[in-house]
Ligand binder design. Structure first.
Ligand code: NAD
Length: 443
């Protein structure tokens, strides 16, 4: 059913695939993921038919929905869900509430999810979605109605055996609890209670997994630990900086601090702060909690110029906020020797090229932050089987799975003499290629 493998894919097809949007900043995240994909496809000599399939997204859902605001007026919102590929299992991926969220971001992020779930060895495909809003402009009750109405608008485009959302930027376990409740409430009474695994990342009291909150940050920490161990070095005494102090940024900092590493500086959407003696992670967390997560005004550090953040003298950098943060504009100034990608797509291709030339190791997002989706998979399994797993068992399982994936990737790096991201992509895409070759194309 499949054409012969060829080394190069026809340029006309690639250029068709690359057409996205007019806005340059938005275009580049999608362009990045497409470039990464085609580069890997060339290196691994991917079956050309499968290249065609993986170059496009299966479904792109766009919904407009009205919500009544606290002042009684109605606002109309735009929400997205992009389902890239489900060759390995149900679609899986987060929901992001952000002012810059659009269909191209969703497409890029959905594609990354396909690679991530495949690399992690999970029975899932890839999806992503969200709403184009700045949640800081809305009250909690407005956010609840926006989330519930978005869930209703998506209808059966999501489902526990079809497409399973999870938290992402500006969404959290509360958001997931509202989605699960809305989804279940709109089903017939007989099937209602069987549907809680429509989302993962729920609060522990509502079917959530012990440890899902820290799973992503733990995974980022673990990949750093494995990397330094492979060089016979420990994390103790190492200096690091973190961009984003949300779910991922906080937890990874906490795990690193426990290991004796020193948090030199933090940048979030509101401020950039530094303390040469180290920032106390839980103190900063307590400061940010009542301030909608903002680190601004923390007394245990001083504010610095945001532009100088990535150039700080440290051992490693953890971008844990948005995409396209490390680019040609700042890559030459980076002094750290390691970048651990907590965020999705934080390094653009030009930034990466510069860093690789300068001998910087980049632990790629699809491996580095995959602890989250691995935790989500365990939550889903737990819900499906009616089980409740204790925290230590969950953390042990995440550690085992991530360590295996890390080692597999390192073997490909050594065997094929490629950079880490390319190795991760080769592993991820090969697994999907095998699935397609084995089952063929309907009809
Ligand atoms: P979050 O909403 O909890 O935190 C986001 C953080 O980024 C906040 O501190 C915010 O202030 C900061 N931020 C936003 N815009 C910024 C800007 N312009 N400059 C600097 N900082 C900015 O989100 P999260 O769940 O921690 O996700 C962070 C990243 O990690 C995202 O890229 C997400 O896709 C990725 N990720 C998250 C998970 C997860 O389980 N939560 C899993 C895998 C990947």
């Amino acid at each position: 059913a499949f054409g012969k493998k060829t080394k190069k894919y026809p340029a006309n097809i690639i250029s068709k695939i690359m057409i996205t949007t007019k806005e340059p900043a938005k275009k580049s995240m999608y362009e990045n993921v497409m470039e990464q994909f085609h580069k890997t496809a060339d290196i691994m000599n991917l079956n050309p038919d499968i290249r065609k399939i993986l170059s496009i997204t299966n479904n792109e859902i766009l919904v407009h929905f009205p919500v009544k605001m606290d002042n009684g007026q109605v606002e109309v919102f735009t929400g997205y869900r992009v389902q890239h590929n489900n060759a390995l299992g149900p679609y899986k991926g987060g929901l992001r509430f952000h002012a810059t969220m659009d269909i191209d971001d969703a497409k890029a992020l959905a594609m990354w999810m396909t690679w991530k779930t495949s690399l992690a060895g999970l029975p899932y495909g890839g999806a992503k979605g969200g709403i184009q809003i700045d949640p800081r402009n809305y009250s909690n009750s407005e956010l609840e109605r926006i989330t519930r109405r978005f869930t209703f608008a998506l209808g059966d485009n999501i489902g526990p055996e079809f497409d399973i959302p999870a938290p992402d930027v500006n969404t959290n376990e509360q958001t997931m609890a509202w989605i699960a409740d809305t989804f279940m409430s709109t089903k017939s009474p007989a099937t209602r209670s069987n549907n809680k695994h429509v989302v993962t990342g729920k609060p522990v009291g509502s079917g959530g997994l012990e440890g899902r909150d820290r799973a992503t940050g733990f995974g980022v920490y673990l990949t750093l630990k494995l990397l330094f161990e492979s060089k016979n070095e420990s994390l103790s005494g190492k200096k690091f900086i973190v961009q984003g102090f949300g779910n991922v940024g906080y937890w990874v900092s906490l795990f690193l601090e426990k290991e004796g590493a020193l948090l030199l500086a933090v940048q979030d959407a509101h401020a950039t702060i530094i303390n040469e003696k180290g920032i106390a992670v839980n103190d900063l967390f307590e400061h940010s909690k009542p301030r909608k997560g903002s680190i601004q005004g923390f007394s245990g550090a001083t504010e610095m110029e945001p532009k100088e953040f990535f150039a700080l003298d440290c051992d490693f950098i953890i971008p844990a906020a948005l995409g396209n943060q490390i680019t040609a504009a700042n890559a030459y100034d980076i002094k750290a020797k390691v970048i651990a990608e907590g965020a999705n797509g934080p390094t653009d291709n030009e930034g990466e090229r510069i860093l690789l030339e300068r001998g910087v190791t980049i632990i790629p997002d699809i491996l580095c932050n995959s602890g989250g989706v691995i935790g989500s998979y365990f939550e889903w399994l737990q819900n499906r089987n009616g089980e409740l797993w204790p925290l230590d068992e969950v953390m042990e399982k995440i550690e085992k799975k991530m360590t295996e994936n890390y080692k597999k990737m390192q073997n490909v790096v050594n065997e094929k003499q490629v950079d880490w991201r390319t190795a991760a992509y080769i592993l991820a895409i090969s697994r999907i290629e095998t699935a397609y070759v084995q089952r063929g194309i309907f009809p």
